[in-house]
Design a protein around this ligand. Structure first.
Ligand code: ZN
Ligand code: ZN
Length: 273
């Protein structure tokens, strides 16, 4: 929340230099990739395999997004899939009442509230498989560290303009980028698969979350490293993972079961006439 207040520091440096703009975009993209490919597809869903050192590198960048530690994140996310849009889901925007204010509250809870509340902070019962790695436990304990390391780097590269745009603005935009998957992708968009939750595919969320907007696809086949199932469903995180697999840094990327997709799409078409 404090970082949101710090956004007003843009008033001190009203015009970013090209270098700070590049820092802002660069640190946004690499940290978003750390969240989507590291925290989400790697830790929470184990949709590919990698070495311990590369797992640590990628999760370091996820942690630098300042959205808490890897074990906490994976725990919350596994709960989200287990209880999707039901009692027990840590960040569902779906509410059963028709009240406008209740809906608005649900939206803000899914967008921000759940990460600010500290209930369940210590509960790691669903991530015992990950807690066995001491380096992940260390990242989880000192989760502010990777993000704060970016401040001196930004300052060394482009002074206060670098810190304001490369760190503050980039981090706040990153918060809302990733949290949009929790809120918008359970309210707005299309449903290819009739999953038990309210997950939706949303093309514009997929743009700024490097492919995480195909959220109904993801709820249907959670283990798939690829979330864009059709050729036109861009999934930058998967393209980078595929490239990394060619370099031998990751392997055994789980693929979606395409025959199921074709069958269900046909059913959908029949149902909708
Ligand atoms: Zn979801
Ligand atoms: Zn997931």
């Amino acid at each position: 929340m404090g970082l949101h207040a710090l956004v007003f520091t843009v008033l001190l440096v009203p015009f970013p230099t090209w270098v700070s703009l590049l820092l802002c975009i660069g640190f946004y993209c690499i940290r978003m990739f750390g969240l989507t490919a590291g925290y989400h597809r790697g830790l929470a869903h184990k949709s590919y395999e990698t070495s311990r050192w590369f797992q640590f590198c990628i999760d370091w960048w996820g942690c630098a997004a300042m959205q808490k530690g890897p074990l906490w994140w994976a725990e919350q996310h596994r709960r989200h899939h287990r209880y999707s849009d039901q009692e027990g889901d840590p960040h569902s925007p779906v509410v059963s009442t028709t009240s406008f204010f209740a809906k608005l509250r649900g939206f803000f809870w899914a967008q921000m509230g759940w990460v600010l509340a500290d209930k369940n902070d210590k509960n790691l019962s669903r991530v015992q498989d990950l807690a066995k790695f001491p380096e992940l436990r260390m990242l989880n304990r000192f989760h502010w560290m990777p993000g704060l390391c970016l401040i001196p780097i930004c300052y060394a590269i482009d002074g206060w303009s670098g810190v304001v745009y490369g760190f503050v603005v980039s981090t706040v935009v990153l918060y809302h980028g990733t949290f949009s998957v929790n809120s918008f992708c359970h309210i707005f968009g299309t449903r290819r698969f009739n999953t038990k939750d309210q997950s939706r595919n949303n093309w514009w969320v997929a743009i700024f979350t490097l492919g995480e907007g195909w959220h109904n696809n993801h709820h249907h086949q959670q283990r798939s490293a690829r979330q864009g199932f059709m050729w036109w469903e861009y999934d930058i995180s998967y393209y980078v993972l595929w490239l990394l697999s060619k370099l031998g840094l990751v392997w055994n990327l789980h693929q979606p079961r395409l025959e199921t997709i074709e069958d269900e799409t046909k059913e959908d078409l029949i149902m909708t006439g």
